[in-house]
Design a protein around this ligand. Structure first.
Ligand SMILES: Cc1cc2nc3c(=O)[nH]c(=O)nc-3n(C[C@H](O)[C@H](O)[C@H](O)COP(=O)(O)OP(=O)(O)OC[C@H]3O[C@@H](n4cnc5c(N)ncnc54)[C@H](O)[C@@H]3O)c2cc1C
Length: 440
């Protein structure tokens, strides 16, 4: 732990604004001090903590929930383990897979391409070719527009992709990032270069992150409610606690939507340009419904994904045989996800309609339903730039004083992914080490 020198009266007067002096928690209690406080223990916060630990800096990882992992959460309510948030990630893009390997956590390959079903049946080879062509052309047109500096709605590049238009839109928009393409920035989507998710951890990705956080200096049930810039250090107030945590540098690893809400008060307030950038990247909505489907009626391989459409219905995504079990997971994106977030009966009805329409199968009684939109610590699926706002993410690369941003929303190419979040945490830790200065 570092010690903070007692500031002189002159330094206090020079360093503290009137509003800071008015902060009651800081005035009443001086708590413990660390080099770096990390707020939020999802993938980004955990990666930052590990990097800081390796550097020998003093740090604390503060998580509001009683568990770590954020949008990676494993559930055993159906028996076998299933992830209702992130379920797979890229082995190559960053150090997450290496960290898991070093921790002795098993990783297994998952099929990287989805199978395509139309009206309950798998399409012929020509159907796969037509879909790949439609998707490739849409991506190419979006890239060309982005290169030309155009940042309108991504839906403008769908044109007519024949019978695959709706599937391409669903995959890039509602099922891919939780927003309809009409509400998505062309630049943001064109830049997204998420490599194919090719591995998962059979223990569950939520469990994987818990293990990776195991030896960090972690405090759970520690909701940060206020961050006050006190000049030489930041004072972090925690819900239900009188004393504050003092940190020379703060890594903010909470979702963008949490920063936009009033859940954490900043003193002084975050600058208008930062708030504008955060509001330019609102959360998409994705919810997942898990259930068991005994007997493998769709003849799927373990962890295989099916992209299906039936009639005029919205295309749907089914992840089958999770971890080799009978558990399957249906994904809902954008408006349908908002409608069923955390609502058991609405989710059952929606899932039943999809399973009957797309696969001709009945739903079992027991299911698990995610509630990312209704969770006040998460507030949605992932931050997606609105049309015209695609350049805003670049702002999060620059620290604000000694406040450093981390999380999926801060990465222009890996946004909305687990590896993007993990990588952003490592980068934030490196920035924090530089900003904190002095000997380790
Ligand atoms: C349904 C769904 C499916 C997904 N599928 C995939 C996938 O298959 N592959 C993939 O790569 N990505 C996927 N993603 C995206 C991936 O889950 C996220 O990009 C990633 O987990 C985000 O990590 P993060 O650290 O940025 O934020 P989070 O994981 O959200 O972590 C932020 C943490 O901050 C905490 N927090 C909030 N407020 C406070 C506070 N006041 N004080 C202290 N702590 C606070 C939260 O509790 C949370 O633990 C999916 C996301 C969703 C929602």
């Amino acid at each position: 732990m570092i010690r903070f020198p007692r500031p002189s009266r002159r330094e206090v007067l020079a360093g503290l604004s009137a509003t800071v002096l008015a902060a009651p928690a800081l005035a009443q209690n001086a708590g413990t001090g660390v080099d770096v406080a990390i707020v939020g223990a999802g993938a980004a916060g955990i990666a930052a903590a590990r990097k800081l630990a390796a550097s020998g800096r003093s740090y604390v990882l503060l998580e509001a929930a009683s568990r770590v992992g954020g949008r990676a959460r494993s559930d055993t309510g159906l028996g076998p383990v299933v992830d209702l948030g992130a379920a797979t990630f890229s082995r190559m893009d960053g150090t997450l897979a290496d960290a898991a390997g070093e921790a002795g956590l098993p990783l297994v390959a998952v099929p990287s391409a989805a199978r395509l079903f139309v009206d309950g049946h798998e399409v012929a080879e020509s159907g796969y070719d037509a879909f790949a062509l439609a998707l490739g052309r849409t991506r190419r047109d979006m890239l060309a527009a982005a290169d030309a500096g155009k940042d309108g709605p991504a839906a403008a590049f769908l044109g007519s992709r024949g019978p695959w238009t709706a599937t391409v839109e669903a995959m890039l928009g509602p099922l891919g990032c939780g927003r309809a393409l009409a509400a998505v920035s062309t630049l943001d989507l064109a830049r997204r270069q998420a490599p194919p998710d090719d591995v998962t951890c059979p223990l569950g990705l939520g469990v994987m992150l818990e293990r990776l956080a195991a030896w960090t200096n972690l405090r759970t049930d520690a909701a940060v409610t206020q961050i006050t810039n006190a000049g030489r250090f930041y004072a972090l107030a925690l819900r239900g606690e009188r004393s504050v945590i003092r940190a020379r540098t703060v890594i903010l690893a909470v979702p963008a939507a949490v920063l936009v809400s009033d859940a954490i008060r900043f003193n002084p307030v975050l600058p208008a340009r930062v708030m504008l950038a955060l509001r330019g990247c609102p959360s998409g909505a994705i919810e997942q419904v898990a259930f068991t489907l005994p007997g493998n009626p769709l003849h799927l391989a373990d962890n295989e994904t099916v992209l299906a459409r039936a009639g005029e219905g919205a295309p749907t995504l089914l992840r089958g045989r999770v971890g080799g079990s009978d558990v399957h997971v249906l994904r809902f994106g954008a408006a349908p996800a908002q409608a069923l977030s955390g609502k058991g009966e609405a989710a059952r009805q929606a899932a039943r309609t999809v399973m009957r329409g797309a696969f001709g199968l009945d739903m079992p009684e027991k299911l698990l339903v995610s509630n990312w939109g209704g969770d006040p610590l998460i507030r949605g699926a992932m931050a997606v730039a609105s049309p015209g706002q695609g350049a805003q993410r670049a702002l999060f690369a620059s620290p604000l004083g000694r406040l450093v941003f981390a999380g999926e929303y801060t990465t222009p190419v890996g946004w909305g992914t687990l590896t993007g979040a993990w990588n952003s945490g490592e980068i934030a830790a490196e920035r924090a080490i530089r900003l904190t200065g002095g000997p380790a």
